[in-house]
Design a protein around this ligand. Structure first.
Ligand SMILES: C[S@@+](CC[C@H](N)C(=O)[O-])C[C@H]1O[C@@H](n2cnc3c(N)ncnc32)[C@H](O)[C@@H]1O
Length: 320
């Protein structure tokens, strides 16, 4: 089957949550997707060992790839968490597995009614919850609601909770009811170095010609501001913000945004994700993310372009 045929078959499936690059659906028994797709799913499942426990299917719309996703509480949990995923490339037959069992902030689902066929007995119940959540403005800023801790924080901030399949106000809403952030005692203010040279990611940007004169640069979590000062001295339009060292700096849109060694000082996974998404929102052309990885203590510069939310090692991606 080629990509055009595959896309045509997917277009004919009458339900499922359609996003720009993927179609998600609940793997109900029996499947009602048409013979050709069902055969393809069956063969793929056998080849990668995806049993019926993998109860949600994700079809990539732009390439021949299918993921088998295990949501153990799909029907009962209003926002079930992903436990395990297997993605198979239908062209090469290779597959990759990801285990979320020990992840404290796993991806979760919303709008479950979209995943099930129109005649599914729970569809109306799922839809009613979605409607209530929409009415309370819970989907207004959807960038991070797909992660468990971020979702729980948003609910608590609005004084709400989901019980069974219903949205309810929390009985006593006060700061003491907010889920506590995860902390492991990093003294964040002590992590910023005084640098006497540009940091490695910023130097790399210059080396690769991604910071040309006229390009605007914003340092998200700029620490003591050495990169901003160094770039300004070289004639660049650079600015920065840091919650500890430059809290009065304005968060600005810029061609290139640097998130340098910041994520590794944020212990709380929900805040880490919020910061990453916020930095990404300020990047008009390129976001560079670097972090210290615990095992090796080595810097890993990563880059992503705002149009395609895709990371890769700097050396790999930025050379065009
Ligand atoms: C290791 S320093 C890196 C500073 C600078 N980017 C550099 O490379 O020199 C980490 C910085 O992240 C800042 N930071 C902590 N939490 C942050 C958050 N939620 N958003 C942005 N920056 C944060 C800290 O204040 C600290 O200055």
């Amino acid at each position: 089957m080629n990509l055009a045929e595959y896309k045509q078959l997917l277009a004919a499936i009458p339900y499922g949550k359609r996003l720009p690059s993927a179609l998600y659906l609940y793997r109900d028994e029996p499947l009602q997707l048409g013979d050709a797709i069902e055969t393809l799913v069956q063969r793929a499942a056998i080849s990668c060992g995806a049993t019926q426990l993998y109860n949600v299917l994700k079809f990539r719309l732009d390439e021949l790839k299918v993921s088998f996703l295990a949501y153990p509480d799909f029907l009962d949990d209003p926002h079930p968490a992903l436990r395990h995923a297997i993605t198979i490339d239908l062209t090469t037959g290779k597959h990759r597995e990801t285990d979320y069992a020990g992840n404290i902030n796993p991806p979760i689902l919303h709008r479950k009614e979209a995943f099930v066929p129109h005649n599914h007995p729970k569809r109306a119940q799922f839809a009613a919850l979605t409607q209530a959540e929409e009415a309370h403005g819970l989907y207004e800023n959807s960038a991070t609601i797909g992660f468990k801790l971020n979702w729980e924080r948003l609910l608590a901030a609005k004084g709400l909770t989901v019980e069974g399949q219903s949205l309810r106000p929390i009985d006593i809403a006060g700061p003491e009811d907010m889920p506590l952030p995860v902390t492991r005692g990093i003294d964040r203010h002590k992590t910023a170095l005084t640098r006497y040279d540009l940091s490695k990611p910023v130097k790399t940007l210059v080396e690769y010609g991604l910071l040309k004169t006229g390009t605007t640069f914003f340092d998200y979590g700029c620490g003591q501001g050495s990169d901003v000062n160094g770039l300004r001295a070289l004639g660049y339009a650079a600015s920065g913000w840091d919650p500890v060292h430059k809290p009065d700096g304005l968060k600005q849109m810029a061609d290139v945004v640097n998130l340098g060694y910041v994520l590794n000082v944020i212990e709380d996974p929900a805040e880490r994700l919020d910061s990453l998404v916020d930095a990404y929102r300020h990047a008009e052309r390129l976001l560079v993310v670097s972090g210290l990885i615990q095992q090796t203590n080595q810097a890993l510069p990563l880059a992503t372009t705002p149009r395609r939310w895709r990371y890769s090692r700097l050396r790999g991606t930025l050379r065009r």
